[in-house]
Design a protein around this ligand. Structure first.
Ligand SMILES: Cc1cc2nc3c(=O)[nH]c(=O)nc-3n(C[C@H](O)[C@H](O)[C@H](O)COP(=O)(O)OP(=O)(O)OC[C@H]3O[C@@H](n4cnc5c(N)ncnc54)[C@H](O)[C@@H]3O)c2cc1C
Length: 549
């Protein structure tokens, strides 16, 4: 193959999300030449559209704040939550993740990335052994003027164009009904005004982490090329030595002298694969439309094994009123009081405040893999007191009402009629739930028992901040369908992020991170940022392994 290359770099990275940026920055910092190839005409992937939270147990910011955590506690918690879900979740990979946290954070901070803790955000099972509150971090709001024209092609443009942090959301979700919410609302307004006065264009969350890492990458000389998918891996005697990429109808062959790191995301929008591997049709993914599994496929063609393909970062979503719009993922709304989720028969079937991955799994179990229609039923206090992300744009509300996705009625019986649910069953469900609310104990689903549930609750609602009666009209129902933040199955890799064959042997020269890989988190979601945390750390681990091999 030598002599036939169009270009040569030490490291070729596929994708431009957090996994890819972490790998690229680490490799460039180690003195290697790096090119990032992005398949679409916009960079950042789902990472740029995301909440930007990274679950990084035992991280250096916790130590600086005097918050106790340890390698042992982190691993104990990972065993308790993830357990054994196959080779992707091996003890060696769990240890590599926990051990890589400090290295990634310290490197990023040294290069100028500014992190902050989401100090109050609990692990999603904080009561399990090793569980804690405050392990997630995020990047401080970032002035995108500093990346110049690159902001115009960021997928972060689809997010909130303001310096809002993921740590703000739990309080903003009740900004006009609780003192804590109002105080945080005022703080956010002050932050917005401050950045405007400084003539900054500051963004937060996923847009902040991707822009911040991109700025570092550009400064370190990383070449970033859009509309340039990796369409094939080049191998020589079983080792991956480069890639083929196409741009504007022209194919180029790029040598990767030290290694290729695939970070091309999941197969969120590959309808055929989702049906084949997951048995779902029409799953409403909020992930980036560029994530179609092509970077998984190129590696499968050179013998890579895949795992966890049946799973995704599930959660309940409100379907979009327009065929091309993306689903609206529900986080705080379903957890707040004065709301329940019922199936088409009018019955509750899960703890509405549980983590989104659990709710997604429960929806599938309940519907036996056939997505059925569920409804979130709310009373007027939910409508007036809490932030409902799906109802922020009046035009979207109108479209949802016209499409029958959102329905309102003065009485529960009338609402039941409009959503074709037996009025007697719905009324009985609500009466039973209201009894739980008054007692403060949900005897059916234990809603509000965990600190995780209560994080997205209303402390003014007593005795249980997640349990508020549904009795004041007008009532509303909004459709809930199984949705996801992306898929979590992909290439099988070892503790150095090296891609493996089915027989466990290493494909030399090929590495993977993020949703392109089978997740170290297995079938669960241990804490806030459980996709971006490992994506960043295994990107870092891959580049360090390349640098030191
Ligand atoms: C609304 C929303 C909020 C979320 N919030 C959080 C959160 O707060 N914390 C968290 O941990 N997770 C969150 N997630 C999930 C998280 O964003 C994703 O799991 C994560 O971004 C995946 O990162 P990645 O680097 O693997 O892939 P991505 O960021 O999706 O990047 C993959 C990139 O690869 C490109 N690509 C695909 N195929 C190829 C190819 N063949 N060649 C070259 N490039 C290719 C894609 O176009 C894309 O740009 C959220 C997701 C959404 C949608």
């Amino acid at each position: 193959m030598s002599g036939q290359w169009d270009e040569t770099y030490d490291v070729v990275v596929g994708g431009t999300g957090v996994a890819a940026l972490a790998a690229a920055v680490t490799a460039a910092d180690a003195g290697m030449t790096v090119i990032m190839l992005e398949s679409t005409d916009r960079w950042g992937g789902s990472s740029a559209m995301s909440g930007g939270g990274l679950w990084l147990p035992n991280n250096p910011l916790m130590a600086r704040d005097g918050v106790s955590d340890s390698r042992d506690e982190a691993l104990t918690y990972l065993e308790a939550t993830v357990g054994d879900a196959g080779r992707a979740t091996s003890r060696a990979r769990k240890e590599a993740f926990v051990d890589g946290v400090a290295g990634f954070v310290n490197l990023a901070e040294r290069l100028g990335v500014r992190f902050a803790r989401a100090a109050d955000y609990p692990d999603y099972y904080p009561e399990l052994p090793g569980g804690k509150i405050g392990r997630a971090i995020e990047v401080e709001p970032f002035d995108v003027h500093t990346i110049g024209e690159w902001w115009a092609t960021s997928r972060g443009q689809d997010g909130l164009p303001a310096p809002v942090k993921t740590d703000d959301f739990w309080l903003l979700s009740r900004a006009w009904s609780t003192p804590g919410g109002m105080a945080r609302g005022a703080k956010v307004v002050a932050r917005v005004l401050g950045t405007l006065l400084r003539r900054q264009k500051a963004v937060g969350m996923g847009a902040a982490i991707t822009s911040s890492l991109l700025q570092v990458a550009l400064r370190l000389g990383v070449e970033v090329r859009l509309s340039s998918p990796i369409i094939e891996l080049v191998t020589e005697e079983g080792r991956v030595t480069g890639v083929r990429t196409s741009r504007g109808g022209t194919t180029r062959t790029i040598a990767a002298a030290r290694g290729v790191v695939l970070c091309g995301g999941g197969f969120d929008h590959n309808v055929e694969w989702r049906e084949r591997y997951q048995g779902v049709t029409g799953a409403a993914s909020s992930g980036s439309t560029g994530n179609v599994g092509s970077a998984i496929e190129v590696a499968m063609k050179v013998g890579a094994a895949v795992d966890l393909m049946e799973d995704a970062w599930w959660g309940g979503s409100v379907p979009s009123p327009t065929p091309d719009g993306s689903a609206m993922f529900l986080v705080s709304e379903r957890s707040m009081p004065h709301s329940i989720i019922v199936d088409g028969g009018g019955n509750r079937f899960a703890n509405e405040s549980e983590s989104y991955v659990d709710l997604g799994h429960h929806m599938f179990q309940h519907f036996n893999l056939v997505p059925g229609t569920c409804w979130m039923i709310t009373d007027v206090r939910h409508t007036h007191r809490y932030l409902r992300s799906y109802a922020m744009d009046p035009r979207s509300v109108k479209a949802m009402e016209s499409a029958g996705i959102m329905v309102k009625a003065p009485t529960l019986a009338a609402l039941a009629g409009r959503i074709r649910v037996d009025a007697g069953v719905l009324t009985a469900t609500v009466d039973r739930f209201n009894g739980f609310c008054r007692a403060g104990i949900d005897h059916d689903s234990a809603r509000g028992n965990s600190a995780y549930d209560r994080y997205y609750g209303d402390p003014l609602v007593r005795p249980n901040p997640n349990l508020g009666t549904i009795e004041k009209g007008p009532f509303a129902a909004v459709q809930v369908v199984p949705g996801d933040l992306g898929t979590k199955g992909g290439l099988l890799s070892d503790e150095y992020a090296r891609v493996l064959r089915d027989d466990g042997s290493v494909i030399e020269g090929l590495y993977v991170s993020g949703n392109n890989s089978a997740s170290v988190m297995g079938h669960t979601y241990p804490g806030p940022g459980s996709t971006l945390g490992p994506a960043a750390v295994f990107g870092y681990i891959a580049a360090r392994h390349i640098a030191t091999s």
